[in-house]
Design a protein around this ligand. Structure first.
Ligand code: FPP
Length: 242
C-alpha cells in the first residue's frame, strides 16, 4: 500500500519511449510525443493530488537538437499546445511552473507560452512543476562554474571565498533562480532504458532510481503510484549506516 504520509518530496522523470510507442502503432514520431504529453498531464495532476512538492520532467535535452527539424518543431508545438490547454487548470491547482535549461533558445512561440506560464503561476504555493527544456547537466555545471567566476570577479561574491558544494548547488538551474529545489528523492525512467542521459548529474548523488519497461505514453498514475510504493519500501542511508 502507498503510504500517503511518506510521499517523496521531489520526483524527477525521464519520459522515454515516445518514439518506440509511435513505431509500434505505425504513427509518426510526433504522434508519440503527443501521447507522451497527455501522459505527462495526468502525472502532473497525480503529483499535485499526492502532495509531491517538486516534479521535474526531462522534456527536451541539449542533445535532442540532433533529431529531424520536423520532430523538434513538433515537440515545441506540443509545448505551446500544452500551455494553451493546461495553464488555467495548473493555476487553479496552485501549481508553480519553472523551466530548467536555456529555454530562450527554443522557437519563439514556445518561449512566449513558457514565459506566460512562469508569470501566471509564479506566486503559487502548491506543486512546483519543473520542465527541463534545452537542458543538459554537464552544461549546467559548466554554466554554474562560469557564473561563480563572474560573480567573484565583479565582487558579487568575495573573491577569496572558498568554493563549496553548497555554493555550486546555488548556481545550478535547480539553485536560487528556481527556488533552491531539493535534490530528487526518486528518478524514474520509462521504456526499459537504465541510464541518466545527462540529466541532473550533480543533483542525483543520493537519488533512488526507478525503472519500468512501460513506454512513456502508456505510463499511468497507477504505475506512478506503484513506483512510489517500491521507493517507500527501500532504505536510504546517504552513505551512512543503518
Ligand atoms: C523521449 O522519447 C521523449 C522526448 C525526447 C520528448 C518528450 C516530450 C514530451 C513528452 C512532450 C513535452 C511537452 C511539454 C509541454 C513539456 P524518445 O523520442 O526518445 O523515444 P524513443 O527512445 O522510443 O525513440
Amino acid at each position: 500500500m502507498l503510504d500517503r504520509e511518506k510521499i517523496p518530496a521531489h520526483i524527477a522523470i525521464i519520459m522515454d519511449g515516445n518514439g518506440r510507442w509511435a513505431k509500434a502503432k505505425g504513427v509518426p514520431r510526433v504522434a508519440g510525443h503527443n501521447a507522451g504529453m497527455m501522459a505527462m498531464k495526468e502525472i502532473v495532476k497525480a503529483s499535485s493530488q499526492l502532495g509531491v512538492k517538486y516534479l521535474t520532467v526531462y522534456a527536451f535535452s541539449t542533445e535532442n537538437w540532433k533529431r529531424s527539424a520536423e520532430e523538434v518543431g513538433g515537440i515545441f508545438k506540443l509545448v505551446v499546445k500544452y500551455v494553451n490547454s493546461e495553464l488555467a487548470e495548473l493555476h487553479e491547482n496552485n501549481v508553480r511552473v519553472k523551466i530548467l535549461g536555456d529555454y530562450t533558445q527554443v522557437p519563439k512561440a514556445a518561449v512566449d507560452s513558457l514565459e506566460k506560464s512562469l508569470e501566471t503561476t509564479k506566486d503559487n504555493t502548491g506543486l512546483q512543476f519543473n520542465i527541463a527544456l534545452n537542458y543538459g547537466s554537464r552544461a549546467e555545471i559548466v554554466r554554474a562554474v562560469n557564473l561563480i567566476e563572474k560573480d567573484r570577479k565583479t565582487g558579487v561574491l568575495d573573491p577569496d571565498m572558498e568554493i563549496t558544494e553548497e555554493l555550486i548547488s546555488r548556481y545550478l538551474y535547480t539553485g536560487v533562480e528556481n527556488g533552491n529545489i531539493p535534490d530528487p528523492d526518486l528518478i524514474i525512467r520509462t521504456s526499459g532504458e537504465e541510464r541518466l542521459s545527462n540529466f541532473l548529474l550533480w543533483q542525483s548523488a543520493y537519488s533512488e532510481f526507478g525503472f519500468t519497461d512501460v513506454l512513456w505514453p502508456d505510463f499511468t498514475p497507477a504505475e506512478f503510484e506503484r513506483m512510489i510504493e517500491a521507493y517507500q519500501n527501500r532504505e536510504r542511508r546517504f552513505g551512512g549506516r543503518k
